[in-house]
Design a protein around this ligand. Structure first.
Ligand code: SIN
Ligand code: FE
Length: 293
């Protein structure tokens, strides 16, 4: 790929502290995806039975472990199997956390562990609504879970046993993306954030920041000309590849693949090495408004 490529590759073969790559906060904060093609999440022989969609509850989106409690969600099976499945996912949480803190020592003591998920199902599943369709380029933003400026750092690993890559598209830089739609986005109706929180539709207040992020997410997914013709690159993450990005900043779409691990971390925008690189700071600069009110 050219030097302008969104994805940067690194040679690390170890999750632990002995790997070569560290202090790459500038790289991830400037909107790159860090890819590690020689960093597999190794399953124990007995865990390979979990590489089958039958463990996923069809009603849930993913199999996941929730933190801080560590409960397993979204899986179906016998109790002792589910205990083994949970142990596998917890191991991914621990390895990816140690790894993230080596890559980004500036975030030590600040990174908060979110859900750890195992996705044994094919990306090309039954069709979803356009809003839930992650085969369309988008930045991550969730209707019920306002981030209030907090960053979403994600560590993915392709664990497909049959050689199938995870196929992604990655898109334009965040600032260009924000400029594309900001002029068309209106303000939320007065009182609506209060109402959504009071009714329990949102877990906490949907701030001006969350309103804009959700609008960017929805407008991008609804805009088929954008999906087709905006600047973008196709990327293949082969099995055994781990990749890391801020998914609230990098435009991404999952086009194919099956069997993936994913760990989400939360980081306050003020705890970045360069807070001015955050979507919050970019949107405040472009709108000339404070967005956490
Ligand atoms: C997404 O975060 O939009 C989907 C990522 C994936 O399933 O590879
Ligand atoms: Fe996404």
């Amino acid at each position: 790929m050219s030097s302008g490529a969104v994805v940067r590759e690194y040679p690390d073969g170890s999750w632990a502290d002995d790997g070569p790559t560290r202090e790459v906060e500038d790289v991830i904060e400037s909107g790159h995806v860090l890819a590690f093609p020689r960093l597999p999440f190794v399953l124990h022989d007995a865990e390979r039975r979990f590489l089958d969609p039958r463990w996923a509850d069809p009603k849930a989106k993913n199999v996941s472990v929730r933190w801080p409690g560590g409960e397993l969600r979204g899986a179906v099976g016998a109790a002792d199997d589910l205990a083994d499945l949970r142990r596998m996912i917890v191991r991914y949480a621990e390895q990816s956390e140690a790894f993230a803190l080596r890559l980004f020592p500036h975030y030590r003591g600040k990174l908060r562990r979110g859900n750890t998920s195992f996705r044994p199902t094919d990306v090309k599943g039954p069709p979803r609504s356009w809003r839930q369709d992650d085969t369309r380029l988008h930045v991550d933003a969730f209707p019920s879970n306002p981030m209030q400026g907090t960053r979403l750092l994600r560590v993915f690993c392709n664990v497909n046993p049959g050689g199938r890559p995870r196929l992604w598209r990655v898109g334009e830089p965040f600032e260009a993306h924000a400029r594309r739609y900001l002029g068309a986005i209106g303000k939320p109706a007065p009182g609506s954030a209060w109402l959504l929180a009071t009714l329990g539709i949102t877990k906490r207040r949907r701030t001006g920041y969350d309103h804009l992020m959700l609008q960017l997410h929805d407008r991008a997914k609804a805009d088929m000309a954008f999906q087709r013709s905006s600047p973008q690159q196709s990327v293949e993450f082969a099995p055994g590849t781990t990749w890391v990005c801020f998914s609230d900043q990098v435009l991404h779409a999952a086009m194919g693949g099956q069997h993936m691990m994913e760990q989400t971390f939360y980081l306050a925008a003020g705890d970045l090495a360069h807070p001015a690189s955050a979507p919050l700071a970019i949107l405040e600069r472009l709108t000339g408004r404070r967005l956490l009110a």
